[in-house]
Design a protein around this ligand. Structure first.
Ligand code: ZN
Length: 478
């Protein structure tokens, strides 16, 4: 029998807020354990939570960026469960009246067709504490770190519109781009600021029934989500073919063994309205103010970059994926770098280097102004492209200007003919075979000879000057 999958996603996104959701403690889970705590986020009895305005605004921007409708009235519920990472016995979440409903993302599917994947609702939720399991001598112990307790999250719950792992992966990539644009979250699966659960069931292809689903929890890369869904579809298919029933339960993806494994379910209690956090009422005027604060969407920015800078659609889309990179590009061009050079250096040099160093374009020590200064030296032929790449790598660890780095490391390009001429003469006498090939009409040998001279100069000789000297000495163009 041929099956098709019915897949829905639940995506937790950590909001990029300075403080926690219901108190003023810093929202920095990575600090010294339990450094960022107070009675409210240690969940002491009697401490009253106050919803942060910043959290509400960032969450609302995120909803609007995904085309969702902010609800005039939303409220918090107590999601009851008991676990050592939640000693108060409930998590503040929005079960009955979520912040927004609706919204969607369009993706291009495997057949190159546009598929709309709908969002059911988006709600706010506080994060729980973190359990750390360690050994004390031979004794296994568990420690609780409350730095993460009360960290602001939103959960995006989709409709079960997905049919393939590809749909899920494309949706997540587009979601990440759009949420980053809203400025609400870095949405990094590597850093744990975006986590994905998938609900998966299968049914005979062409039918519309909804069968028992299995939930795969806590996946932390787009690829894992795709792999886990593919695995689960074939596992459920095989079970059904064998005449077994699919049982409702929760599984975890094991990225090493490439399988999903059943996990023990937490006790889940009821969701009851919370009496402490006031109901959130959003006026139409406030919602419009939020909407006006949304930056350009990636699609709109792509179109504008094509028009304004003469980039191809593909290049502009590449730059627009990360809003910080797009802003960086425009600042570079405003500093006088040509759009083509700015684009090439960003995509082939700066972005890979930032990735290696886990830096963001907007906060890197290599600011657009410094990179522009470097690229101007390149344009003026004060340094060559090789040297420019080396200077760039120094710039990540130094506050010196590119000019100072060039001077300190002797990266200046040598362009005066006299000093290059002796090197050219030496290469001509050292490479009789290549010289003979050139004279017999094999023009491509010239590149090799230029390379030899550049090497002899320690990488500093200006290739343009070498080319002129070589062609003149070898008797013009072959
Ligand atoms: Zn606190």
């Amino acid at each position: 029998m041929e099956f098709e999958a019915v897949i829905g996603l639940e995506i937790h996104v950590e909001l990029k807020c300075v403080a926690k959701m219901f108190c003023d403690c810093p929202n920095r889970p990575g600090d010294e354990p339990n450094a960022n705590t107070c009675p409210t986020c240690l969940w002491f009895p009697g401490a009253t939570p106050r919803l942060s305005q910043d959290v509400l605004e960032k969450a609302s921007l995120l909803c609007l960026a995904l085309g969702a409708e902010l609800q005039p009235k939303s409220a918090f519920d107590q999601k009851v469960y008991y676990y050592p990472d939640l000693p108060k016995g409930f998590q503040l979440s929005q079960a009955h009246l979520p912040l927004s409903r609706g919204g969607s993302i369009d993706i291009t599917d495997e057949n190159n067709e546009i598929k709309r994947l709908r969002i059911h609702h988006i709600h706010m939720e506080e994060d729980v504490a973190k359990l750390v399991h360690e050994m004390e001598g031979r004794q296994p112990i568990s420690l609780v770190d409350f730095n993460r307790a009360g960290a602001p999250l939103v959960e995006i719950v989709t409709e079960p519109d997905f049919r393939t792992p590809y749909h899920a992966m494309e949706f997540l990539k587009a979601l990440r781009t759009q949420v980053r644009y809203s400025g609400s979250s870095e949405c990094s699966m590597e850093n744990g600021t975006m986590r994905v659960d998938a609900n998966i069931s299968i049914r005979p292809k062409g039918t519309t029934q909804m069968n028992t689903k299995v939930e795969v929890k806590n996946m932390n890369s787009v690829r894992h989500v795709g792999d886990a869904i593919a695995y689960e579809i074939s596992r459920q298919g095989a079970a059904v073919e064998m005449g077994e029933a699919v049982v409702l339960h929760t599984r975890l993806w094991d990225p090493d063994k490439k399988v999903t494994l059943p996990m023990r379910a937490k006790f889940e209690g009821p969701c009851i309205p919370d009496p402490t956090v006031p109901v959130i009422e959003l006026s139409p005027a406030w919602i419009e103010t939020m909407r006006s604060r949304l930056p350009e969407t990636p699609a709109v920015r792509t179109g504008r970059l094509v028009k304004k800078y003469g980039l191809s659609n593909e290049e502009a889309a590449l730059l627009s994926t990360d809003p910080e990179v797009a802003v960086y590009f425009e600042t570079l061009t405003a500093e006088g770098v040509t759009p083509r050079v700015a684009m090439n250096w960003l995509i082939t040099q700066l972005v890979p280097a930032l990735k290696d160093r886990r830096q963001e374009a907007g906060s890197s020590p290599v600011t657009p102004t410094r990179l522009a200064a470097l690229l101007k030296m390149l344009a003026k032929e004060e340094i060559n492209a090789n040297a420019a790449r080396e200077v760039l790598s120094y710039m990540f660890d130094s506050v010196d200007s590119p000019e100072a780095i060039v001077a300190a490391h002797g990266f200046q390009q040598v362009s005066d003919s006299a000093s290059i001429e002796s090197l050219v003469d030496k290469v001509i006498s050292d490479q009789p075979a290549a010289v003979a090939d050139f004279r017999s009409g094999q023009g491509k040998v010239l590149g090799f000879l230029i390379g030899q001279v550049v090497q002899a100069s320690g990488g500093k000789a200006n290739p343009k000057v070498i080319r002129e000297l070589l062609t003149r000495k070898l008797g013009g163009k072959p």
